[in-house]
Design a protein around this ligand. Structure first.
Ligand SMILES: [Fe+2]
Length: 375
């Protein structure tokens, strides 16, 4: 399985994961040979990338922090709540709280699973998918900080709803790919205080959860908004959600630009430690993230390239890699699997964007999965 930008996807390639529309319905199942018309449609729907079967590592199951089904279910719960806010009607706070609880329970049950950044969203469900991810990242970190259940619940609800104020911001601003004008930026910034206003109208929602919405754009050194709070003036939950929010925004693929790799996003967070972000919380956050998620392509110190097929909890920079290209970029005939945690002379020096010609010379015929045409 390999993540590939949609512009590199060609007819005949085979999907490695199901692709869902914004209502959680399956658009394409895993294992489907892509036709030109499907690719055009997926582009129109705004999917920036796809998981493609690389022909050698078929059917591998990735251990995920929460199941795709739970992700989709939570997105649909959030969608109905967010739509209510847009229409100025009251949300069912109990439903949101129970959605957060299910996520917490699943994360507690799934011991020690690393977060593999892997959801692919189109612009229809950007904010919804982002909210679920931020909740997962926050709860995973809260768990490693040994938060008691009540604290996790307040954090989880706050994280799920941190951007609820965006429902009051014009969609053109939210989806704009160009730089915002100063006026537009001011409007966008209003989502923090706006979200707080909405949430404090619910006595079932804790004031701490509401403050996550209010303070998630504040920065440790006072450079954030809306109030320019500093240090511990910002509640710990909001300091944590700020990290999760920034990480998810950096790593998310957009139709107009790919996200940066988790390893690079973590370097950025690391460099902003003590300035914008709380150092202790960044450290706790980083422990739980796969630096090179399953399905990403990496460059080894030998110049060879390979696909990450599994990760190690205790050696996050040393995953298991299946070599696919030699140092000249030629496709290797045999796919050697290397466990970098055992091959200490080798290391990962960079990440790479897989190109369409990865299968060149392998007689990929229209409608044929690459696996079947492997010589
Ligand atoms: Fe936000």
């Amino acid at each position: 399985m390999l993540k590939m930008r949609i512009e590199e996807v060609r007819p005949g390639m085979v999907t490695a994961r199901a692709i869902y529309d914004s209502d959680g319905k399956v658009l394409l199942n895993a294992g489907v040979g892509l036709k030109e018309s499907y690719i055009i449609r997926l582009k129109q729907l705004g999917f920036p990338a796809l998981y493609i079967d690389d022909g050698v590592s078929m059917g591998e199951a990735v251990n995920e922090v929460i199941t795709p089904e739970l992700r989709i279910k939570t997105i649909s719960t959030l969608r109905s709540a967010f739509t209510k806010v847009e229409n100025n009607t009251r949300i069912d706070a109990a439903l949101i709280k129970s959605a957060a609880n299910v996520i917490i329970e699943e994360i507690i049950a799934n011991r020690d699973v690393l977060v593999n950044v892997n959801d692919i969203r189109n612009y229809d469900n950007y904010t919804l998918g982002h909210s679920v991810n931020v909740c997962v990242l926050a709860v995973v970190t809260g768990k490693s900080l040994e938060y008691p259940p009540q604290k996790l619940r307040e954090l989880g609800v706050g994280a799920l709803l941190h951007d609820i104020g965006k429902m009051k911001i014009p969609t053109e601003i939210l989806v704009k790919s160009d730089r915002l004008t100063p006026e537009e930026y001011e409007l966008l910034k209003g989502h923090a205080a706006g979200g707080f206003e909405i949430l404090r109208g619910y006595e079932e929602i804790s004031a701490l959860s509401a403050h996550v919405a209010y303070q998630h754009h504040e920065r440790l050194n006072g450079t954030g908004y809306p109030r320019g709070l500093k240090g511990t003036e910002i509640h710990e939950f909001a300091r944590l959600v700020a990290i999760c929010d920034s990480f998810d925004a950096m790593t998310t693929d957009r139709i107009y630009k790919p996200g940066i790799s988790p390893s690079k996003a973590l370097q950025t967070l690391e460099s902003l430690k003590n300035f914008q972000f709380d150092a202790e919380l960044v450290n706790a956050f980083m422990e739980n993230i796969a630096l090179y998620p399953v399905g990403s392509m990496v460059v080894l110190s030998t110049g060879e390239k390979g696909i990450v097929v599994d990760v190690h909890r205790n050696a996050r920079n040393r995953p298991i890699v299946r070599l696919v290209l030699d140092k000249q970029g030629r496709r290797l005939a045999d796919f050697v699997e290397i466990d970098l945690n055992k091959e200490h002379a080798l290391s990962i020096v960079d990440v790479a964007e897989p190109k369409a010609d990865l299968w060149e010379g392998r007689e990929v015929r229209h409608g044929d999965p690459p696996a079947q045409s492997a010589g």
